[in-house]
Write a protein that binds this ligand. Structure first.
Ligand code: HBI
Ligand code: FE
Length: 294
């Protein structure tokens, strides 16, 4: 009897309050390690010169390679040594309060599963390649590691106020889709871009999106798209800037937001620090093709 070799290993649900599960690294299949290899090699080929250099050095410092899916037990030894962070396995997205609590305690929740070979270019939920390749290397950078903890603590404080959707924007436009200005030009530090071949090029080189200077109040007013390339990217000058902006008391900011209108992703505000104004062509053509308008 031919026993079919399973393509994917089982990712169980969690029965723990913090939604964590065992990574069960030994149960990943050869196919799953192959998908990691394809994604890892592809991104490492294009990212030098596009990603902030600290991202590339973080990969090496973690001992992350194209051998296959990293074993958290081994990777965490280096991560903990460097900045006190650890990656914990979860089945998929966890509730905001649980997510914030993990970050506030220097634990990064990473989806255990990896996308199928047929999903190389896009998938809905963050898988282990997005979470571990995209997010973890910069946790080796002490200032960015401090920012991520401060963000988690900010999220726990915000839980009492109805402003999690604004905090989610801060995460989205920095940790997921942030750009940073460097002496060699704009570079990528957002995990959502770093783990995507197509958006790595689009975010820096396409004339369609706006690229404007980071401004916390303006960012918190700005909606975002979850299902396609971003129409606007916020550019920070340094991780120190990001960290100090997040340390402040958000109370007055939430109060100021109350009197300001929300902004759609492609809107510009008269006070924007415009690095380059986008043409909007990508989204306009995409929406036209789908018979929709902005
Ligand atoms: N859960 N596992 C996981 N990974 C995330 O990136 C994540 C999450 N839950 C909530 C969330 N992100 C966003 O709402 C953040 O903006 C908080
Ligand atoms: Fe993410």
């Amino acid at each position: 009897m031919v026993t079919s070799i399973p393509l994917v290993s089982p990712t169980p649900d969690s029965d723990r309050a913090d939604y964590t599960i065992e990574q069960a690294w030994d149960t990943y299949t050869a196919e799953e390690h192959d998908v990691w290899r394809i994604l890892f090699r592809r991104q490492c080929e294009i990212l030098p010169g596009l990603a902030i250099p600290e991202f590339m050095t973080g990969i090496d410092a973690l001992g992350m390679t194209d051998d296959g899916i990293p074993d958290f037990r081994i990777m965490n030894e280096r991560l903990k040594e460097a900045t006190g962070w650890a990656v914990v396995a979860v089945p998929d997205l966890v509730p905001d309060p649980v997510f914030f609590e993990h970050l506030a305690n220097r634990r990064f929740p990473a989806g255990r599963f990896i996308r199928r070979r047929a999903q190389l270019d896009y998938l809905e939920e963050p898988d282990i390649f997005h979470d571990v390749f995209g997010h973890v290397p910069l946790l080796m950078n002490p200032v960015f590691a401090d920012y991520m903890e401060a963000y988690g603590k900010g999220g726990m404080r915000a839980a009492g106020r109805d402003c999690l959707h604004q905090l989610a924007r801060l995460y989205w436009y920095t940790v997921e889709f942030g750009l940073i200005d460097t002496p060699d030009g704009l570079r990528i530090y957002g995990a959502g871009i770093l783990s995507s071949k197509t958006e790595s090029f689009f975010s820096l080189n396409d004339p369609s999106p706006h690229r404007i200077k980071f401004d916390l109040l303006r960012l918190l007013r700005t909606n975002y798209r979850i299902d396609d390339f971003q129409e606007i990217y916020f550019v920070i000058d340094s991780f120190e800037q990001l960290f100090s902006e997040t340390l402040q008391d958000f109370g007055p900011i939430y109060d100021a937001l109350g009197g300001l209108s929300e902004l759609a992703p492609f809107d510009l505000d008269p006070n924007d620090g415009i690095i380059n104004q986008g043409t909007g062509t990508y989204a306009t053509e995409k929406l036209l093709a789908e018979g929709r308008s902005r």
